[in-house]
Ligand binder design. Structure first.
Ligand SMILES: Cc1cc2nc3c(=O)[nH]c(=O)nc-3n(C[C@H](O)[C@H](O)[C@H](O)COP(=O)(O)O)c2cc1C
Length: 236
């Protein structure tokens, strides 16, 4: 979660039983960094670092987590108009996963063809293949489901064929505070990539429903903000 999930936050919540922690999202290149500045100007929380220090910053954050939780995988969620800065992040020592953000829906990010508008780019497959072929760590792609004009299953297959290790799906279903379990089931049945299911998990019952879809794992965002999960994820 941009502006929230730094090493200090993640070190506090990892003990609830998480085996992977995601830093970011971070903007990496001039267009995305400028977009972040505009987002901050209108009052939204963002991580905002100049291009010349962003890699060192992420490296430091990764190490602050690894010092306390050496067995937890650390991922960095990143945005960039081109693959190269993402490949550079993947070279950070101790970083386990670089996650390409095809999810953000802030207007300033959409205007430069990033975030969920990555799903509409003609070069999506080439972009992901470029990162996968040159990365020094595992590659995840985070998408939002049910984006207007986008066939989520088709996108899942493109991402699988491009060679990503994980497909992290915010299975948002417009109008309800629950995940689109039917869509996740369909994607799990029709692909072999490791799917991380996400959206609105705030109870053991919802984790059970999520796991029944066939996902490899699940992620939780808003429910951890309190730092006080009222259920035990060690059970799963
Ligand atoms: C304040 C806030 C900031 C977020 N920032 C990011 C981000 O930078 N990158 C990203 O992939 N998802 C981001 N998300 C989306 C969450 O990671 C997650 O996909 C979404 O909130 C649904 O999951 P949840 O119901 O468990 O919260 C953000 C969510 C919130 C509430």
């Amino acid at each position: 979660m941009a502006g929230i999930t730094d090493s200090e936050f993640l070190n506090k919540v990892i003990p609830f039983g998480f085996d992977t922690a995601t830093l970011g999202g971070y903007s990496l290149d001039t267009p995305t960094i400028n977009a972040s500045a505009k987002i901050i100007k209108r009052g939204r929380n963002e991580f905002h670092f100049p291009q010349n220090i962003i890699i060192d910053h992420i490296e430091n954050e990764v190490n602050l987590i690894k010092e306390q939780h050496p067995n937890v995988k650390v991922s960095a969620n990143v945005r960039s108009t081109t693959p190269q800065p993402i490949i550079e992040v993947s070279k950070i020592d101790n970083l386990d996963i670089v996650e390409i953000n095809c999810h953000c829906r802030q207007e300033e990010i959409l205007a430069i063809g990033c975030g969920q508008n990555m799903l509409k780019r003609d070069d999506l497959a080439d972009y992901i293949s470029d990162v996968v072929d040159n990365a020094s760590c595992e590659v995840s792609v985070k998408i939002r489901a049910n984006v207007d004009g986008v066939n989520t299953l088709k996108i899942a297959k493109i991402i699988e064929n491009a060679g990503a290790d994980y497909l992290h799906i915010d299975a948002m279903k417009p109008g309800v505070f629950d995940a689109d379990y039917e869509l996740l089931t369909e994607i799990c049945r029709n692909t072999n990539i490791k799917i991380i299911g996400n959206n609105s998990i705030d109870s053991e019952q919802k984790i059970e429903k999520m796991l029944k879809t066939g996902v490899f794992g699940f992620s939780i965002a808003r429910a951890v903000i309190s730092g006080n999960l009222n259920f035990n994820i060690f059970n799963f």
